[in-house]
Ligand binder design. Structure first.
Ligand SMILES: [Zn+2]
Ligand SMILES: [Zn+2]
Length: 284
């Protein structure tokens, strides 16, 4: 089985000429276009399938960030929505209106009930949290996450023996999620706040309680514990995102996670998704 996977992966990596040099074509291309409370969107593509996870950017911002990596909203095949909070869906109605060939929107049945379309509604493909479905060349696993939304999910994607996952907006990491994150080569994970900064920060107490709660967001310390205890050594790249601009700092996120990786002697490539900026492009 493992042998077959390796063989099919190798065979599918066509060699092509690019700018005079011979390179191996990537199977997967991933870019976190935006991450955090000011907007979330992640681009995932194979050679034939292009999808967006969440649509929390304005159309103009989305188009310009996709253009920066040689992509175009018009070429998207689907948009997946993790949950209905505005930082994940605020750009969705305009995106659907601007696309000449509207693409399907994938969301759970309950999340789909929260969508408000202004004129014509796009095709909405609903699924049950916990189900696996395919979009073109991508096999998608959806799984429930503990967060204060109607039916929030995270996603893992499989193609040609590769696996990546995107998991943000969750209050803690239950065993079921740890299971889903095994075997990922690229993991996008939330590292939302520093607990001390949150406690002394500007938010009103009820908001602090919400963020810290079991259905809130992950702290740097919880992520550190996850890295020390459960991060799979298969994870070649760990992208930490959804970083709070009030209660955290990208360099603090990097420091805490780097210490945890060092404690495991893991050589994982650690990338911090700085709020309001897109990351580099990851190819697998
Ligand atoms: Zn969010
Ligand atoms: Zn949320």
């Amino acid at each position: 089985m493992a042998d077959k996977t390796v063989r099919s992966t190798v065979v599918s990596r066509a060699v092509f000429l690019l700018q005079g040099s011979v390179r191996e074509a990537a199977i997967l291309k991933v870019c976190v276009l935006a991450s955090g409370s000011s907007g979330n969107a992640t681009f995932v593509a194979t050679e034939k399938t292009r999808i967006l996870i969440d649509a929390g950017l304005s159309f103009r911002e989305l188009a310009s960030r996709l253009a920066a990596i040689g992509e175009d909203p018009a070429k998207l095949d689907a948009v997946l929505i993790s949950h209905e909070h505005s930082d994940h869906v605020s750009g969705l109605p305009v995106l659907m209106r601007k696309l000449k060939c509207p693409v399907p929107v994938y969301a759970t049945h309950l999340t789909a009930t929260t969508f408000a379309w202004d004129e014509r509604a796009p095709r909405v493909e609903t699924f049950q949290a916990g189900c696996r479905f395919s979009i073109g060349e991508l096999e998608v696993d959806s799984f429930t996450i503990p967060h204060d939304a109607i039916d929030p999910v995270a996603f893992a994607f499989h193609t040609q023996g590769l696996k990546i996952a995107s998991v943000t907006d969750l209050g803690y990491i239950p065993e079921s999620i740890r299971y889903h994150l095994r075997g990922t080569q690229l993991l996008i994970l939330e590292s939302n706040h520093d607990l001390e900064m949150l406690k002394v920060g500007p938010y009103p107490w009820p908001v602090k309680q919400r963020v810290m709660g079991r259905k809130g967001h992950l702290s740097n310390d919880v992520v550190s514990e996850f890295i020390r205890e459960d991060l799979d050594s298969s994870t070649a790249t760990l992208v930490l995102g959804h970083i709070s601009e009030n209660n955290n700092h990208p360099e603090l996120v990097r420091l805490v996670a780097a210490q945890a990786l060092a404690a495991r002697s893991l050589s994982t490539n650690l990338v911090i998704a700085v709020p309001r900026r897109q990351t580099e492009v990851f190819t697998l």
